[in-house]
Ligand binder design. Structure first.
Ligand code: BES
Ligand code: MN
Ligand code: ZN
Length: 499
């Protein structure tokens, strides 16, 4: 929300003013270009004094370095240079932005002793800078009360990244920054409070993707009734704000190619409904639409970088409120699939929303695969914390591709089991299934529930309750909302599903 920094690329030339940031591998060896920023040769002594060893994303800085007109000279560690993956370069970029705190003009010298970062690595540094610079500060009305930089209305920070092939880096960065915009969009949506962002307002945000060439259909409550999304509609019943479903399509691939599909839970606020939640931390439930936010951010990324693929994004936007009109525990609802569901707990609402979306997606689009994202269970936070999203899948190849994409992007996923012994925990005498499976294996029984709505379509469910919001701050994210999944799924598509 703070003005995004600008990032440009240039050839090596000793920076004469502003801030200079050099990259230093483990051991502290300076490259020629890095050494040229330090004519007085003070850095080795600084490293020694500060016990800076060049560890990945560590940094040290000095102000007004001798024999230069620079304001500041900083060093950021790369760790063992040589085999750094995308996530490492992103973290280095994040550390660069952190070291540039309060600076206005920054030159980053990407010349690393004993390593030769390529254009994609340099672009990842740029993306790391963008991601680290993100702030949600639109509701801060005082200029000086603005997180860690206090420069709300000032000009954006200007970064110039010096590297071996600036033209190639600029080209790679065009793609990376499209993905960065998608991440920022997802973060904005998750951070936005629910009084501002209801189902209709959220649907408008999806609609806005039309400017990038995405086709967007918004289904109203009436249309959802006509289609028969009885499970999704039951969740929205207690809210004065009517539900919406947004269907987004990016046709960048061969017209005969089956689309890849992404489905998101968009509960704009989850009170629990009649099975109301306790007050502690209930404010976090403004983020219960993180799955939908990621799908919108991903569609933005794919369209903005003109991905050569056909992709569908479907999000279900509802508010889960207690009310005289709300659904009750014990109610039996009929889903779009025709299967009936006994609602044991109105707080297990996400799966009701996804059940109809997944069925609709598979029937309407016959996709290559469906990946759904949802802040589905508190239990996944107990199991995996904020470090991995829960991954469930009926397709080993898809699961392995997701795990691999998770490793390179740093948006990590961990597969948990599915199985008939878990599936039977959601059987009930009164209907085809019930919406909770008891205290044990809460994330797994939720996934079993979803599985009943995908048939044979290759499918993966990402439970992002722990990773999509309230994430610990990292080199590349200082915001409550992480935008988790945009980079992961963009990489999945880029690596396997583009022509
Ligand atoms: N939105 C919550 C899950 C959640 C919890 C997300 C904490 C992020 C942080 C979901 O709708 C929910 O309430 N799940 C219940 C399911 C239970 C009633 C079977 C849960 O996890 O307690
Ligand atoms: Mn809930
Ligand atoms: Zn929820």
């Amino acid at each position: 929300m703070t003005k995004e920094p600008t990032v440009a690329f240039a050839e090596f030339a000793t920076p004469k003013s502003g801030s200079a940031i050099v990259l230093v591998p483990e051991g502290g060896k300076l490259s020629d270009a890095a050494a040229s920023c330090d004519p007085a040769g003070v850095l080795p002594r600084v490293f020694d004094t500060a016990e800076f060893k060049g560890k990945l994303a560590a940094s040290v800085e000095i102000f007004a370095p001798q024999e230069t007109q620079l304001d500041r000279l900083a060093a950021v560690g790369t760790g063992k240079a040589g085999a750094l993956d995308e996530n490492a370069w992103l973290r280095i970029g994040g550390a660069v932005a952190a070291a540039a705190k309060n600076a206005k003009e920054v030159t980053v010298v990407v010349d690393v002793a004993d390593a030769s970062p390529g254009a994609r690595d340099v672009a990842a540094i740029g993306l790391g800078i963008l991601l680290r610079s993100y702030r949600f500060d639109k509701y801060k009305t005082r200029k000086d009360d603005n997180g860690d930089n206090g420069r709300k209305d000032d000009k954006p920070v200007k970064y110039t990244i010096q590297c071996a092939d600036p033209a190639a880096a600029e080209k790679a960065f065009a793609e990376a920054s499209a993905v960065g915009q998608g991440v920022s969009l997802a973060r904005d949506l998750v951070n936005e409070p629910a009084n501002i962002l209801g189902p209709e307002e959220f649907a408008d945000k999806a609609k806005a993707l039309e400017k990038l060439g995405v086709k967007v259909d918004i289904l109203t409550e009436k249309e959802l009734e006509k289609i028969g999304m009885g499970a999704l509609l039951a969740v929205g019943r207690g809210s004065v704000r009517p539900p919406r479903v947004a269907v987004m399509r990016w046709d960048g691939g061969d017209s005969k190619q089956k689309p890849v599909a992404f489905v998101g839970k968009g509960v704009v606020f989850d009170t629990g409904g009649i099975s109301i939640k306790p007050a502690a931390s209930m404010e976090d439930m403004k983020g219960d639409m993180a799955g939908a936010a990621t799908v919108v951010g991903l569609m933005h990324a794919l369209a903005a970088r003109k991905a050569q693929t056909n992709a569908v994004g479907i999000i279900g936007l509802v508010e889960n409120m207690p009310d005289g009109n709300a659904q009750r525990p014990g109610d039996i609802v009929t889903s779009l699939s025709g299967q009936t569901i006994e609602v044991i707990n109105t707080d297990a609402e996400g799966r009701l929303v996804l059940a109809d979306l997944l069925w609709h997606c598979k029937e309407e689009f016959k996709p290559e695969f469906m990946v759904n994202l949802a802040t589905l269970t508190g239990a996944v936070i107990v199991a995996l914390g904020n470090q991995h999203a829960g991954l469930f899948s009926n397709d080993d190849a898809l699961a392995e591709r997701l795990a691999a994409a998770g490793k390179v992007t740093g948006e990590k996923v961990w597969r948990l089991p599915l199985g008939s012994e878990y599936d039977k925990l959601i059987d009930t005498k009164n209907a085809d299934m019930k919406n909770t499976g008891g205290r044990s294996a809460g994330s797994i029984t939720a996934a079993q529930f979803l599985k009943r709505f995908v048939d044979d379509t290759p499918w993966a469910h990402l439970d992002i309750a722990g990773t999509g919001m309230a994430s610990p701050s990292s080199e590349i994210n200082q915001s409550w909302a992480s935008g988790f999944g945009v980079r992961l799924l963009d990489r999945l598509v880029a690596d396997h599903y583009e022509r």
